[in-house]
Design a protein around this ligand. Structure first.
Ligand code: FES
Ligand code: FES
Length: 159
């Protein structure tokens, strides 16, 4: 038995019918075709599926879609404004804060949630902000450098 789900994703409203056990990551990837949120551990451990739900970073593999009913979701696809990348995306590119890229969408969303809550985090607070996101490639230093550059105002948001 499917139930109705209303969701706004990256500013666009959606109405769909889902089973009670359908996960938010499944709705994003399989129903809406937004594959930025990656699916890996399925157990809230790796952070690859992180999106922002109602202003908070969540692991979308651990949220039932119906729990997000009437919610606002931001995914990595919603970060850029037109052709202008989000400052975090620019900084990740400039600082080589990715290699395989599998963790990158989730890392960006945790980073955004962190900076939305605290625009001037210390290095320790940056580390804490992304400690739910595992990166097997970069060793994290380039990611921390990218975030630090954004915190230092080296990248501006599109108006
Ligand atoms: S796939 Fe969701 S935390 Fe790993
Ligand atoms: S860039 Fe490969 S897991 Fe982070």
């Amino acid at each position: 038995m499917k139930e109705e789900l209303s969701l706004t994703v990256n500013g666009q409203p959606y109405e769909l019918y889902v089973k009670p056990k359908t996960l938010l990551v499944e709705v994003l990837r399989d129903h809406l075709g937004l594959t930025g949120a990656k699916r890996s551990c399925n157990s809230s451990s790796c952070g690859a599926c992180t999106v922002i739900l109602n202003g908070m970073a969540v692991k979308s593999c651990s949220v039932l879609a119906l729990q997000a009913d009437k919610g606002e979701v931001l995914t990595a696809e919603g970060l850029a404004v037109g052709n202008k990348l989000h400052p975090l995306q620019e900084a990740f590119l400039d600082h080589g804060a990715y290699q395989c890229g599998f963790c990158t969408s989730g890392m960006l969303m945790s980073s955004k949630a962190l900076l939305d809550e605290n625009p001037s985090p210390t290095r320790e607070q940056i580390k804490e902000g992304i400690d739910g996101n595992i990166c097997r490639c970069t060793g994290y230093n380039s990611i921390i450098r990218a975030l630090t550059a954004v915190v230092n105002g080296e990248y501006k948001e599109a108006k």
